[in-house]
Design a protein around this ligand. Sequence first.
Ligand code: MG
Length: 383
Amino acid sequence: MTDRLRFPSARSRLRRHPEPADPDSFRSPFQHDRDRIVHSRAFRRLAAKTQVATLPASSHCRNRLTHTIEVSQIARTVAVALGLNTDLTEALALSHDIGHPPFGHTGEDALNAEMQQLGLSFDHNAHALRIVEHFETRYARFRGLNLTFEVREGLVKHSRDLDPDDSRYQEYLPLRRPPLEAQLIDPADEIAYLTADMEDALEDGALDIATLCSAVPAFSREFEKVRSSHPTVGDRRALREAQRNLVGILVRGLVQGTTEAAQESGARDYDGVRQLAGRIAVPTPSTRHTMAQIRAILTSSYYNAAARLNAASEYAEALRELFRHYVAYPENLPASHASQLTEEPAHQVVCDYVAGMTDVYALQRHWEILGTRTFGQFRKAAA
Ligand code: MG
């Protein structure tokens, strides 16, 4: 039933700079977008950006690139189950975090705090749009990646509706919901990071099995099932098996919840989805309840663990110092960014530069330029 809500590729509003149809191409416009994203520099830099685990992290912990790939797998699975446009879904999932600065949400908050002191703001969705519109330079005929309208719209709307008065987004239909494919990204993101962070927190020793089982009954049931059907496997394998099963439960909950919400909404096609008052890509109530339980235990044991917060705040402070340094001395910006100073104020150019850095590059720049901070944890790991 949800397949009639599929966004038809033929209805795309296409690209800002018209491109001649390529008779030899095997790819649809959204497949082209997916490939443009995968080949971009900003996408590759995700490999060296924090997801949750701060430096020095175990090599097994997720970084923002592996997280992105996991979101893409989950979103594609859900799109296939619902009969939606998998090419559009995949392009949106692969680009959803492309605008993330170094050091995860702490880094985002740090840049936002600096920009707010100047009466402005920073968020990774707005920055993602700047990257795909201006900063990627792989094409001779235009700046940016010249992505389709629907992928750019999904980038700025995937996690929230737009403020109708925000002058930056007037072309992106601020009064309309995004297509169902774009709405899927946020819950797929949540399922991916909650289950992955659970595994990383256990690996990290921030969380133990007994605490997790008492906090998340759905996980406990899966764990007990594995223990009774495979009594000889150790805790580690049983945990992984239970974690895999839990991903499946949450994904099915998202498929079912979205199917029910789509039915109740009365939407008949992709345009009907746009006209609705709210979003319809929603997990069932019991799935949402389980996700809230996972979030609660991760928040207290992992996200807000003192050691992680201390390291994160040290890195955030370094980012703010870098920002202030470059605003005071824009002549120290590399030539690639200095040329932007003729078009935009220094703080905007600096914000773009710092947001584009990987974790390690930001620390290296800080070390070379300011050199006063010790980053105890990081040096210990490097030694
Ligand atoms: Mg994400």
